[in-house]
Design a protein around this ligand. Structure first.
Ligand code: B12
Ligand code: SF4
Ligand code: SF4
Length: 360
């Protein structure tokens, strides 16, 4: 006999054993949040991330409904893992001292040696095995995703009770804050769903006020074209000049709208060895990154998420950050970089020199 509540309990235990701090089950049904997705795409808010526009055979946006992406699915198991470490926030470190002007910012999630996709996926596979074992049937269908599936993971996370969707668009848990990765398992099993977590943003607007590029165009609405995380990680080629000053010294990702969130003030740090930060990646020297050759890039970021931005992107970002640093010592290095064989590095170096000479 099929026992949804019992199987759900087994799955919850398996997720905790696998190292996930939070786990919940979402039902498969359309939600008001997903109605916004087609509009977001139509307004061009996804920038050049074309994979978000994937459509099914009838031309419907797959991510707009689980019924399009996985018609066989009946429940979604959502797991969350804490990646926060004890290091200070970018909003503290980056403004601390004059000496810091020569350093850039890599996002908190990318400080460890290993890519979070792999770390979370290994754990998710253990939970998937528990789902299949508990169901004791060969007919059960399951699919695991960390990031890459045709699903808006934050929406299912909300309905699984992992947290609420903050005005900064991140999932926030009352106890854990928002420094977490999500992993999802779609299953054909009808499990016992949880309840959505209540919204605790209230009248706060700190994230919207702090975003240096105005990427949070309204509560819960992000324009990727303006988001530093998108510009530094996903955007290939030249970055529009008018947005470069707002990027500050960010060279991979951005944490500001989470750093300022009151729910992250007491966010617990993880003890998991795999998530501990490599010291050289926390607030790294811009000079080092801008001059990095292919061999050193490969060695330093061997299994790290930073590989996604490619060496060319990382150097382009470091050069823009030099322009924003106000530190004249970079002028001589930038003058050399104007002759760089990479067009984006060379053009950005020209911009950075002009910016250092005439900051206004
Ligand atoms: C594309 C993408 C990005 C893009 C776009 C971000 C975005 N906000 O959409 C970029 C490159 C900018 C990005 C940045 C980051 N990302 Co990202 N990203 C994704 C990815 C692959 C898809 C997201 C997506 O579908 N976006 C579409 C838009 C429409 O969805 P949304 O902004 O989440 O909006 C929903 C709600 O806000 C909602 N909504 C809720 N209430 C309301 C109310 C109203 C009135 C309205 C109109 C809408 C609305 O509507 C939307 C759904 O239709 C997911 C993984 C996945 N498969 O889901 C990871 C994911 C969202 N990213 C993640 C992370 C960690 C980050 C960064 C923190 C990394 C960094 N430090 O640089 C930043 C955070 C920036 C931010 N504030 O969002 C985590 C989030 C974990 C968490 N705690 O929430 C995810 C889930 C990856 C993972 N598996 O862990 N990311
Ligand atoms: S990640 Fe940075 S740029 Fe993007 S919305 Fe948040 S504060 Fe703005
Ligand atoms: S900073 Fe304030 S408004 Fe923004 S997500 Fe956090 S609690 Fe919500």
């Amino acid at each position: 006999m099929f026992r949804p509540a019992e199987i759900t309990n087994t799955v919850t235990r398996a997720a905790k054993d696998a190292g996930f701090e939070l786990v919940g089950v979402a039902p498969v049904e359309n939600s008001p949040e997903l109605e916004y997705f087609p509009q977001w795409i139509a307004e061009g808010r996804a920038g050049e991330m074309k994979y978000l526009e994937a459509r099914d055979e009838q031309g419907r946006l797959k991510r707009a409904s689980l019924a399009y992406a996985a018609p066989w699915a009946r429940s979604v198991v959502v797991c969350a893992i804490n990646y926060n470490t004890a290091q200070p926030y970018s909003t503290e470190i980056q403004t601390q001292s004059e000496e810091n002007r020569e350093r850039g910012w890599i996002s908190r999630y990318a400080w460890s040696q290993q890519d979070y996709h792999d770390l979370a996926m290994q754990r998710l596979r253990r939970v998937e095995a528990a789902v299949r074992n508990a169901a004791a049937s060969d007919d059960v269908v399951t699919r695991c995703y960390v990031d890459t599936g045709p699903i808006v993971e934050r929406v299912v996370a909300k309905y699984a009770g992992i947290g609420w969707i903050g005005k900064n668009t991140c999932i926030i848990n009352q106890k854990m804050g928002s420094w977490m990765f999500l992993g999802v398992i779609l299953t054909s099993l009808e499990l016992a769903p949880g309840l959505p977590a209540p919204d605790r943003c209230g009248s706060c607007t700190r994230c919207i006020d702090a975003c240096p590029t105005d990427a949070l165009i309204a509560p819960h609405q992000l324009d990727s074209n303006k988001c530093i995380a998108y510009l530094t990680i996903e955007k290939r080629g030249a970055i529009a000049e008018e947005i470069r000053s707002g990027m500050g010294r960010h060279i991979f990702g951005c944490d500001i709208c989470q750093d300022v969130c009151p729910w992250n003030r007491k966010a617990p740090a993880t003890n998991a060895e795999e998530f501990q930060a490599l010291p050289e990646l926390v607030n790294p020297a811009l000079e080092w990154l801008a001059d990095m050759d292919e061999e050193e890039f490969r060695r330093t970021f061997k299994s790290s998420p930073v590989r996604r931005g490619k060496r060319a992107g990382l150097r382009r970002n470091a050069v823009i950050a030099m322009g924003n640093s106000g530190d004249q010592k970079f002028l001589s290095q930038l003058e050399k970089l104007v002759g760089d064989s990479d067009e984006d590095v060379s053009e950005s170096a020209g911009w950075a020199i002009r910016k250092l000479r005439d900051p206004n």
